[in-house]
Write a protein that binds this ligand. Sequence first.
Ligand code: SAM
Length: 279
Amino acid sequence: MSEVTGGTLYLVPTPIGNLSDMTARAAEILRDADIVACEDTRHTRILLTHLGIERPVVSYHEHNKKEAGPKLIDALREGKSVAQVSDAGMPVVSDPGADLVRLALAEDIPVVPLPGPNAALTALIASGLDARQFVFVGFLPRTTANRKELLDAVKRIPFTLIFYEAPHRLKETLKLLLAALGDRQAVTARELTKKFETFRRSRLSALLEGLSDEAPRGEYVVLVEGWQGEAEDAGPDGSWENEALALAQDLPIKEAARRISAKWNRSRREVYQFLLNNT
Ligand code: SAM
């Protein structure tokens, strides 16, 4: 007997790389739902074909959610069951779905979440960083002002920070994190559950250096250790490097190098070169 009930919205996680990570229950819900709402119909049809499932798929994504959402709610009100999936991992988590959930809740439509694959948690548990408390930050905002605001907001949180990033922006993001948070311990988790799954665990500056040899490819989660206390106020770990990075956020690097070299008795050239490499 199927557990699928008419008039219910199911949130169904799908694999983040390894198709065997599809849970039996998730497959069952997709098989028995009246409608599968998905981000990319071609992508989801491939998954459904792999699972031997034939269901009507309708597209629901960031760009059509205003029209597609109410239509799905109408179908739910008429007693149809809807399974919502994204391209990979948990719907709603840095993916479409949040608005649909809110619309459904506003109409007293039952919402049933299924557990399953998720890149952030998969990376966290093998990161070696503190997993007792963590903050999922997700993608950094695109504008400089919004990014700065967000990084300022999380800078003094003593919990592991988890970020998502596209490969072509990885380097830029590591630089931003280094400048905003200091040279903290961090981890990049690449291609989770896939053939070339790779973890790198090091300080942000070393992770950045490691990247120059390899053009980033694949999908990445970046995790950064939480704030470690008062020392970071002076310059995150009390080092000239971190103070220089902090200063270079507000001043031209030439000026930041001048001030740091005077204060810390380092050569101006050394500080300038460090800032050139790391900002
Ligand atoms: N909903 C998904 C989840 O639950 O994890 C996240 C979707 S979000 C649009 C895509 C981002 O998740 C990627 O840019 C990357 O940061 C991360 N991601 C997804 N799959 C991944 C994988 N196999 N390995 C590493 N990161 C992954």
